[in-house]
Design a protein around this ligand. Structure first.
Ligand code: SF4
Ligand code: SF4
Length: 324
């Protein structure tokens, strides 16, 4: 009978944990917390203490298992959003996908990482309206637990969720959705779409590093973008650059063992590599991703073109594999 011990051996002790938060979110005993470099066990595992079968934490973890994404004829697009969100990243396509899916009833909520605009601290949010999606727009490069709201979302009756996350979070979501375990079923059946963001690594607190480097107040930061070996800090008054080398040592330890750049377990992946300013690269990976994107196109909320440099995405993916 699997318990937290298998997860501890397979992920925590191996330095593979990326703190995606899935194991803590699904533990029925609430005995896993995310305070340290790896999750922390609180001593109340149902298996160990009460001899009740569980294994939810171990089976939800993408890092504890070797998995293969499904085969699909991938489609790459340059997407431009017509949804105006002031904080949205580059093309803003992810914001548009969510607004469109909520508007059409494809989803009734989404798990996303928002941010406190004053402190720039990431905040997990469960958004259920287009306005909330707009407020949460933009990429986060510092650590946050996107699964934090999963339990409450399900308890509150949301049953058609999308999740927007880093590749590790999306791989864990994929495991939850495809698990046969009863204890995971209540979560898995409520996640309908997964949107994975391109990811070179997540940081402890990148805002401290860049604001310290450029003598900026955090509330001045509108959004950040990592591209071409630089961190671009968008302010209301212009853009400042910080070399990536100034922040790279702040990356989470588990990220140094992650080889997934393009969120290969997502229904649709999104990022800023392969397209120019004002566009989002979208990679449709299965029929669910196709439905999500087609819905936004049909509503007129995004436009698609083939003007995308697929090799740039593949090279970025290879670079991440090579340096691990
Ligand atoms: S990678 Fe995620 S699910 Fe796996 S141990 Fe770490 S926090 Fe838990
Ligand atoms: S109760 Fe279940 S999810 Fe929680 S630590 Fe034990 S095996 Fe893992």
């Amino acid at each position: 009978m699997e318990s937290y011990k298998e997860l501890e051996e397979a992920a925590w002790k191996q330095g593979l944990c990326t703190k995606c938060g899935a194991c803590a979110a699904v533990c029925p005993a609430g005995t896993i917390s995310l305070g340290g470099i790896s999750p922390v066990y609180g001593g109340n595992c149902k298996v160990v203490v009460d001899n009740i079968p569980c294994g939810a934490c171990y089976n939800s973890c993408g890092r504890a298992h070797a998995s293969e994404p499904g085969k699909y004829n991938l489609k790459f697009y340059a997407a431009k959003s017509r949804t105006r969100a002031p904080y949205a990243q580059s093309g803003g396509a992810v914001t548009s996908l969510l607004v469109s899916a909520l508007g059409s009833g494809l989803i009734d909520g989404a798990l996303v990482m928002g941010v406190d605009r004053f402190t720039q601290e990431p905040r997990a949010m469960v958004v259920t309206t287009g306005e909330e999606v707009m407020q949460a727009a933009g990429s986060r490069y510092s650590w946050g637990n996107v699964f934090e709201g999963l339990g409450d979302a399900v308890k509150n009756g949301l049953e058609r969720l999308a999740i927007v996350g880093t590749p590790c979070a999306i791989e864990s979501a994929h495991r939850i959705m495809s698990s046969n375990l009863d204890v995971l079923e209540c979560y898995g059946k409520c996640i309908r779409f997964t949107i994975g963001v391109f990811c070179s690594g997540i940081f402890g607190n990148i805002e401290d590093a860049v604001c310290g480097e450029r003598d900026l107040e955090k509330w001045q930061v509108k959004k950040m973008e990592i591209k071409d070996g630089k961190v671009y800090v968008h302010l209301k008054t212009g853009i400042k650059q910080v070399p990536f080398s100034k922040v790279k040592d702040d990356a989470l330890p588990g990220c140094s063992n992650c080889t997934d750049f393009a969120s290969v377990f997502a229904d649709v992946s999104a990022g800023n590599i392969g397209t120019g300013e004002g566009f989002t690269t979208l990679v449709i990976r299965n029929d669910s991703g196709k439905a999500l994107v087609s819905n936004a196109v049909e509503l007129g909320n995004i436009t698609l073109s083939d003007d995308v440099d697929e090799s740039a995405v593949e090279e970025a993916a290879q670079r991440k594999m090579d340096i691990r």
